[in-house]
Ligand binder design. Structure first.
Ligand code: GLP
Length: 244
């Protein structure tokens, strides 16, 4: 779906999420949201905060699972995804802290595997993801599933691509400060969500969007595995859709 600009698209996806939240609440069920970081979803979160503040949108029955976290960053680090999510969404709404799940970036290496398996188990115990929000990196990653990630991958530790670290260098005041690894949900974890919406804005994303949407499925561009999902929508602005 191509929108005239990213603001309109962001409002549309926020309203889809709000409708889902209200629907699940009316049935007395928790609403399980898979959430993304990066610049792309910022206005989605801003609109959800506005709906909470002005229309009383209720987050008390929402359970969240974030896609990824830098390894090894502690939550208090301003570049952690823990920090990002609290800054843009969680501290402004009434989501219960016990319902917030973000991979832990500051655990010892020998605890990472168990933590990742536990993350998968918690998603299953919550009933699976009702909705997964995604951005996309220029390597074709979703979450931090870099090239080489296969369609059966689960939550795990991954080494970041050079291009991904270059793109993050601005946030970290130089590439040498960008972590080399991250914990990310896998492609299979993401594809098990019942609904997926991917956001991409601006001309820098035009090439990877063309390959993701129109290219062959390949582990070299892990986002192409979204083509296997029965209920996925890619929301674009005019610039990011320019190569389609
Ligand atoms: C990071 C995140 C991804 C995100 C990507 C794109 O790599 N791990 O989840 O999609 O950045 O970021 P942006 O939305 O800022 O372009």
């Amino acid at each position: 779906e191509v929108f005239r600009d990213s603001g309109q698209a962001s409002i549309a996806v926020a309203h889809e999420i709000a409708d889902l939240m209200r629907d699940k609440a009316s049935r007395g069920e928790p609403c399980v949201l898979g959430l993304a970081t990066g610049s792309s979803p910022i206005r989605v979160y801003a609109e959800l905060v506005r709906l909470h503040e002005q229309e009383g949108l209720d987050f008390s029955h929402v359970i969240t699972f974030n896609l990824d976290e830098y390894y090894e960053l502690p939550p208090a680090n301003r570049n952690s995804y823990w920090y990002f999510m609290h800054d843009h969404l969680f501290k402004h709404v009434n989501v219960a802290p016990r319902n917030i799940n973000i991979p832990k970036g500051n655990i010892p290496l020998d605890e990472v595997y168990r933590h990742c398996m536990d993350y998968e188990a918690r998603i299953q115990a919550a009933g699976g993801l009702d909705f997964q929000l995604l951005g996309i990196g220029r390597t074709g990653h979703v979450g931090f599933n870099e090239p080489g990630s296969n369609s059966r991958s689960l939550t795990r530790l991954i080494t970041l691509d050079h291009l991904t670290r270059v793109d993050a260098a601005g946030d970290f005041q130089g590439i040498s400060n960008v972590p080399t690894r991250a914990i990310t949900m896998g492609i299979q974890t993401i594809n098990q969500a019942r609904r997926i919406v991917l956001l991409a804005w601006g001309h820098k994303k035009a090439e990877i969007i063309q390959r993701t949407v129109e290219g062959e499925r390949t582990s070299e561009i892990p986002a192409t595995y979204l083509q296997e999902h029965p209920n996925v929508t890619v929301l674009l602005d005019e610039e990011s859709s320019a190569e389609l």
